[in-house]
Design a protein around this ligand. Structure first.
Ligand code: DQA
Length: 147
């Protein structure tokens, strides 16, 4: 099984940005955590990060025909991006949205997620562990397009 783990804007600033919200671990730590989680689950996972919406759309599109599922933390684009929602709908692969923080207990604008409309689940507020939970959940889901 091959997953793509896609991270949105400012997640490259983990460890520096708002440590009270996101903790002290860095993006490199997250990549290592995803790699270890994939090894433990016996799957392949490619971990990517971009600050650009269009690049994230392209990475989702590239999953079509190449990946079995998507873990996505669209970060701030969660709350604004119809383009990311449409890309997830287009490839129609099993997808799970992850947030490090508990978005539902934060500002009202973070309660809205466009991407979630094309995701099987949203896992929020578990820090890095949420990524492993999402990867494991995808291993139990049917692979392939969900038409
Ligand atoms: C986030 C939550 C978003 O609201 C925020 O814009 C982020 C990170 C999280 O992982 O908790 O950048 O996706």
């Amino acid at each position: 099984m091959k997953l793509r783990v896609i991270n949105g804007p400012n997640l490259n600033m983990l460890g520096i940005r708002e440590p009270a919200v996101y903790g002290h671990e860095t993006y490199a730590d997250l990549v290592a955590f995803v790699r270890e989680s994939a090894a433990a689950l016996g799957i392949e996972a490619e971990c990517l990060q971009s600050n650009h919406e269009g690049e994230i759309v392209t990475w989702i599109q590239e999953c079509f025909g190449h990946c079995d599922g998507i873990v996505i933390n669209p970060a701030a684009y969660t709350h604004t991006s119809v383009a990311i929602l449409d890309a997830l709908k287009a490839v129609a692969l099993p997808a799970i949205e992850v947030h490090l923080s508990d978005v539902q207990s934060r500002e009202a604008f973070r309660h809205v997620s466009y991407a979630a409309l094309a995701c099987r689940e949203v896992i929020a507020g578990h820090g890095f562990l949420g990524y492993r939970m999402a990867m494991e959940a995808l291993t139990h889901m049917d692979c392939g397009r969900q038409d």
